[in-house]
Structure formats: structure tokens, C-alpha cells
Design a protein around this ligand. Structure first.
Ligand code: ATP
Length: 201
């Protein structure tokens, strides 16, 4: 599973429809300061369900991510971003070889619409689709500029946590912790049942 293409229209500095193709193992996006490199990163997180306007480095409303105009161009009233993933290895739980995830917002109602392969869906459906694919909220597939220095400054235990997250060990540790809590709860319930049985005998 890899990101093949991103299509942006009306998102932040991308007033016109812009397609960024990721054909090779490593793609570098270069350009002068302020040309919109980080906005591509924001667009990916936005489609995957980011709800914090602050973390998208925008204003106060989600509609502030819509292109607000420039000296040459009037503002637009809609933003739409589509991520196209290759799914030939079926990492997404879907029979399709290509998965398109789209998010759209209109200035008029400040509402976002989500789509999977052009079919309207809920944010929850997207969250379920990307769960366990390495694209989730706490995954390390997207690392912003600020995070790099925090990784460099991290204490050894914190850095180990990051490696565990990247290696996919962290999710099993979390599941183990939840299972142990359930076991403990079941043990307590059994003890309580035994007390009742003892009283009845
Ligand atoms: P740097 O190399 O300095 O990190 P960058 O290429 O990553 O820069 P971005 O932060 O992606 O640049 O883009 C910033 C540009 O996006 C600014 O020129 C800003 O005016 C523009 N921008 C952000 N939001 C909007 C918006 N809603 N409407 C129009 N332009 C916007």
C-alpha cells in the first residue's frame, strides 16, 4: 500500500486543481519558502480526518483551510482533496486495487463530506479503513518538521517508544495491557461470585 497520487483543489495555497504524483520509492518536494510544500502534508492529514484547525496551521474555522485569495486570484468557496492509494497488496480491507479517500468542505456551511472511492461515507468509515494500516492518527507515517527536533531531543525511553510504534510493536503492547486489565477484572468478578456461592452453601 502506498500513496500514488494526491489531488488538491481549493486547499490552502492550491487554488487550482493540482495533482502530485508519487511514482517512485522516494519523492522529494522542493520549492522556495512559502510555496506550499507543508500544505501538502497538511492536506494528507486533513483527508485522513484531522479535526484540529490549529494543527493544520490555519485560522480558527475549518473553512479557513479553503483558498482565501491572493493578489492575482479571488478566493474560492470549496476545498477538495483526494488521496489515491495503491491497494494491490490488499493492506486496506477492500477488494479494490485502488482506494480513493476524499474530503470536501464548502465555505457556506463549514461542513466536510468524506468519500471512499467516490461514495459518501462517515469519518468513522475512513478511520476504520485506515486502522492497522500504519496511517492512523498516532502512527509515524506523517512526521512534521517540529516533530523531528522533538525526536532528536527525546529521552532514551521515549525514543524506544517511537521505535516500537514504527516497528508495529506498540499496538500489541497496548492490546496486551487492555487484555491484562480485562483478565484482572474477570478475576475479581470470579472472586465475588465465589463469595456469593460460599454464602449460599
Ligand atoms: P517553508 O519552506 O517556509 O516551510 P512551505 O513551502 O512549506 O514553506 P507552506 O507552509 O506549505 O510553505 O505554505 C505557506 C503558504 O500557504 C503561504 O504563502 C500562505 O499564504 C499560503 N496559505 C495558507 N493557507 C492559505 C489559504 N487558506 N489561502 C491561501 N493561501 C494560503
Amino acid at each position: 500500500m502506498f500513496l500514488k497520487r494526491i489531488e488538491l483543489q481549493g486547499f490552502k495555497s492550491f487554488a487550482d486543481k493540482t495533482i502530485v504524483q508519487f511514482d517512485h520509492d522516494i519523492t522529494g518536494i522542493v520549492g522556495p519558502n512559502g510555496c506550499g510544500k507543508s500544505n501538502i502534508n497538511d492536506a494528507i492529514r486533513w483527508v485522513l480526518g484531522e479535526q484540529s484547525v490549529k494543527s493544520l496551521r490555519s485560522g480558527t474555522n475549518m473553512a479557513d483551510i479553503i483558498f482565501s485569495g491572493s493578489e492575482q486570484r479571488k478566493r474560492v468557496n470549496m476545498a477538495k482533496v483526494t488521496l489515491v492509494f495503491d491497494n494491490t497488496r490488499k493492506v486496506f480491507d477492500s477488494p479494490f486495487d485502488e482506494i480513493e479517500i476524499t474530503r470536501q468542505i464548502h465555505r457556506a456551511n463549514n461542513e466536510a463530506g468524506y468519500f471512499i472511492n467516490k461514495t459518501p461515507c462517515r469519518l468513522k468509515d475512513i478511520q476504520e479503513l485506515i486502522m492497522d494500516t500504519g496511517l492512523g492518527r498516532d502512527s509515524l507515517s506523517i512526521i512534521s518538521q517540529g516533530n523531528i527536533s522533538s525526536f532528536a531531543d527525546a529521552k532514551p525511553e521515549e525514543r524506544r517508544g517511537l521505535f516500537e510504534e514504527a516497528a508495529g510493536v506498540a499496538k500489541y503492547k497496548k492490546r496486551k495491557k487492555i487484555s491484562l486489565q480485562k483478565l484482572e477484572q474477570t478475576k475479581e468478578n470470579l472472586e465475588r461470585l465465589q463469595d456469593i456461592l460460599d454464602e449460599l452453601e
